[in-house]
Design a protein around this ligand. Structure first.
Ligand SMILES: Cc1cc2nc3c(=O)[nH]c(=O)nc-3n(C[C@H](O)[C@H](O)[C@H](O)COP(=O)(O)O)c2cc1C
Length: 143
């Protein structure tokens, strides 16, 4: 299993529509290519973990780096071998900036995020890095 964890800065004019387009592309491509992961968006920052076949993940990452919807794409972690941990998610996504959206599904997702981020130190290093970034976002914003 090949994994990449990166962070980036969203473009200033990024809209919720852009995020739903990103998610739509991701769900489609990732599902067809056996890629899984999680994408967090908050305060114009993205953090994403991508897992899958090495060639596919590397090519996808190159594509993502070129994407004009964000910049400062910085690799946070790239271990050579690890188990897949997001196998049920071709791309889980949450926009933590939308405060007035409090549907049950969203509340559950937030609760899961908090739980996952708290468990991070007990899991492998790639997840730990990804989740500690998430934890930071959650803490900084009192979520
Ligand atoms: C933050 C961010 C995360 C993205 N994550 C994925 C992803 O997981 N899977 C995917 O197929 N595209 C993802 N994309 C979209 C790709 O950058 C790109 O638009 C997609 O690979 C299609 O590229 P193409 O138009 O050159 O075919 C992401 C884009 C951004 C800005």
């Amino acid at each position: 299993m090949y994994t990449i964890v990166y962070g980036s800065t969203a473009n200033r004019d990024l809209t919720a529509k852009d995020n739903s387009n990103i998610l739509e592309t991701s769900l489609d491509f990732n599902e067809k290519n056996d890629v899984s992961g999680c994408l967090i968006y908050h305060n114009h920052r993205f953090v994403q973990i991508l897992e899958g076949d090495k060639t596919i993940v590397e090519e996808l990452y190159l594509n993502i780096k070129k994407d004009k919807r964000h910049s400062d794409v910085t690799l946070l972690y790239n271990p050579s071998k690890r188990e897949r941990t997001f196998s049920n998610w071709s791309m889980a996504f949450i926009d933590l900036s939308i405060d007035n959206d409090n549907t049950e599904e969203r509340k559950l997702f937030k609760t899961n995020l908090i739980t996952y981020s708290e468990l991070a130190e007990t899991s492998d290093q790639a997840s730990a890095i990804f989740w500690s970034e998430v934890k930071l976002i959650l803490e900084q914003n009192n979520l």
